[in-house]
Ligand binder design. Structure first.
Ligand SMILES: [Zn+2]
Length: 230
């Protein structure tokens, strides 16, 4: 089936043949089929990312490489530390901050918000590079509510176990509703500041629920972000 004009739409569809990419790029993002499966990619003024959506062998195609690259370089770790300390100031209340590129440097952005022990209401600031929120004493996992809230194209982080000596941090890149875990050095420069980075996020809800149940048995019924915003 061919489009009438071949003009790009919001979403592009590309196939990575050994001789090169074929297809039409989208204005917003692209799906790319390669030998390792299906990928999604997008590029903004702040971020370029290509992550796998579904892994499988596709015979006859060329490989596609993962990529997560911040256009203005990594975010200074001290900015995250500043936000982390602010989370720790009130571990019983969910909080949110974002990081924006102001044209010369990365800056913290704290929008108006209303947090409780298990919910958080805020208006996500536009044009930011990364967003972080806290889960109080619950573990650092991305809930279904987070998946629904985090439908943009940026880095997302969640911090949990704020009542412990070593809070947890989970990091991921979101490409319009597709998610992939990212490592600390892909986002920040400088050493990891007193947080434990959680492992790779399981890619299915079933696996994630299993992990949450196993890791956080005491918070299974009271964990935040599962049925409430935040
Ligand atoms: Zn959350």
């Amino acid at each position: 089936m061919a489009t009438a004009s071949g003009a790009p739409g919001p979403v592009g569809y590309l196939v990575n043949h050994p001789g090169g990419l074929a297809g039409v790029q989208g204005i917003g993002y692209d799906y790319v089929l390669g030998s390792g499966g299906l990928y999604v990619q997008s590029e903004s003024a702040h971020l370029t990312a290509r992550v796998i959506v579904a892994s499988c062998e596709v015979r006859g195609l060329a490989p596609v490489a993962d990529k997560v690259e911040l256009a203005h370089g990594p975010i200074p770790a001290r900015l995250f530390e500043f936000g982390l300390r602010w989370f720790q100031d009130d571990p019983g209340t969910e909080r949110f901050f974002a990081v924006r590129w102001d044209g010369r440097a990365y800056r913290l952005v704290v929008p108006e918000q209303e947090g409780t022990a298990s919910s958080l209401t805020y208006t996500p600031p536009a044009g930011v590079v990364a967003e972080f929120h806290s889960h109080g004493s619950s573990c650092a996992f991305f809930s279904k509510t987070d998946d629904g809230d985090e439908q943009g194209f940026r880095i997302y982080g969640v911090v949990g176990r704020l009542d412990s000596d070593r809070p947890e941090l989970s990091l991921r890149v979101g490409v319009y509703g597709h998610f992939a875990p990212v490592e600390w050095p892909q986002v920040f420069d400088g050493p990891v500041p007193g947080v434990r980075l959680t492992g790779e996020e399981p890619d299915s809800n079933e696996a994630r629920e299993k992990e949450v149940t196993e890791k956080c048995p005491t918070t299974w019924t009271t964990r935040s972000c599962w049925t409430t915003p935040g």
